[in-house]
Ligand binder design. Structure first.
Ligand code: FES
Length: 106
């Protein structure tokens, strides 16, 4: 599927993300090196660091937040209405065309 990722410099990247690898969006961002190593995915995708926070720009319907994701975002910086942890969003067919923006580095 195609996903648009707006990096922390405001640059847009349209990338291909595979639906058959159980990959999350944080891993997609890392695989295309759209954020420097060590500034995203610090906890390894456990919903425990918020370094992968993103803002969901397109109006895709995403799965509900888990308790852990909700809790982590309640303690994170720069949180907005449309904030999600990108490590908790998995690449699926129905997310084709998803657009997200990376939250500032903290
Ligand atoms: Fe740590 Fe997503 S990588 S919360």
């Amino acid at each position: 599927i195609k996903i648009t990722i707006i990096d922390r410099q405001g640059e847009k990247h349209e990338v291909d993300a595979p639906t058959d690898m159980n990959m999350n969006i944080m891993e997609v961002v890392r695989s295309y090196e759209l954020a420097p190593e060590g500034t995203i995915g610090i906890c390894g995708g456990m919903a425990m660091c918020a370094s992968c926070q993103c803002y969901v720009v397109s109006n895709h319907e995403l799965p509900e937040m888990s308790y852990d994701e909700d809790l982590m975002l309640s303690e994170a910086f720069n949180v907005k209405e449309n904030s999600r942890l990108s490590c908790q969003i998995f690449v699926k067919e129905e997310l084709n065309g998803l657009e997200i923006e990376l939250a500032p580095e903290v």
